[in-house]
Design a protein around this ligand. Sequence first.
Ligand code: ADP
Ligand code: MG
Length: 224
Amino acid sequence: MIKVEDLRKTYRAGLVEVPALRGVSFEIDRREYVAIVGPSGSGKSTLMHLLGCLDVPTAGRYIFDGVEVSTLGEDELARVRNRKIGFVFQGFHLLPRLTALENVELPLVYRGVDATTRRERARRALEMVGLGARVQHYPNELSGGEQQRVAIARAMVGEPILLLADEPTGNLDSRTGAEVLDLFQGINDAGCTVIMVTHDLTAASRAKRILRIRDGLLEGDERV
Ligand code: ADP
Ligand code: MG
């Protein structure tokens, strides 16, 4: 489902060039559950941004679901993101003025789904993450673990084929983090490919494959 070949990303900050990814190649099949680990600054988030079509590589190829995405324009990239990929971040990234339900509806708004269907699907997604009783709450009325579950419902409401998570348990205590990992397990069991960046060894051990990144290079690839 994913094939990257000699993927490179160099950031330019004024006159300084930062080579964040220096030629990474791997393949990931449908239904895999992969953890990406590595020291801070090694290029993990950069790789997630490329895999999630949030940014384009400086060089190299990225084929996702049969499409060479490195050649797509901004609109086509946005379409791939909206249709096929769900995102979960460390900081939740919920919109503070929208209720949990409205936050989860958002990806379907961009997709042009009608209001009744949207509400129904968002409600179901929130029930799936155990928040059926919190749909009218605003983010600041929810705990960190609940906010992350809203973010997971929002990521999954469009039924993506790929879930990308960047340090999803980074802001959570271990028990709440474990609940989030249980949800990921269920999402993967249901057939969705999951790729998760993590510092947390317990979290990484839940995945079936571990990719190690160091200094912008792939240092290891183990199946658990
Ligand atoms: P990680 O997620 O593993 O901590 P990142 O992918 O965030 O690593 O960063 C890799 C390197 O690229 C770091 O040296 C970081 O400072 C640099 N970097 C990341 N994003 C940018 C950016 N937008 N502009 C310039 N440098 C960046
Ligand atoms: Mg990072």
